[in-house]
Design a protein around this ligand. Sequence first.
Ligand code: HEC
Length: 116
Amino acid sequence: MRLFAFLVIFLSGHAWAVTDIEQGKALYISPGKGGCATCHGQTGNEPIMAMYPKIGGQNELYLYNQMVDFKNKKRRNGLFIPMEVAMISYSDNEIRLIAKYLSTNGLSTNGLSTGE
Ligand code: HEC
């Protein structure tokens, strides 16, 4: 019985985690909103210009903090303007989900994306 309860908690916890990542992916890919994939590529690792950063596989808290800082006009270095505009329509919780999704898209040792 105890094992059963453990399994239920474990499996449902796992299902929630997948849902977070799927939600984050949908927000990231969504063409109408921030247009993230247009500039950073489908997994965050195929930037359309060499000077744009690769963001897939970066750690979640770092990604979250950068996006919130762009949104709140606290990070204004380099090419910040497209990012300030892109983040306007996202809530902090949506940004958390995007950060979670992007952090799961690693780079392989040859620098090619391992994400979908
Ligand atoms: C028009 C192109 C463009 C769009 C659209 C765009 N970005 Fe960016 N993004 C950039 C550029 C350029 C930078 C580098 C900014 C700088 O020089 O500081 C950047 C930086 C970032 C960073 C910080 C990377 C780091 O290493 O600090 C994150 C995270 C990020 N973008 C996520 C997103 C997300 C999520 C979206 C969609 C909501 C998005 N971007 C939409 C061009 C874009």
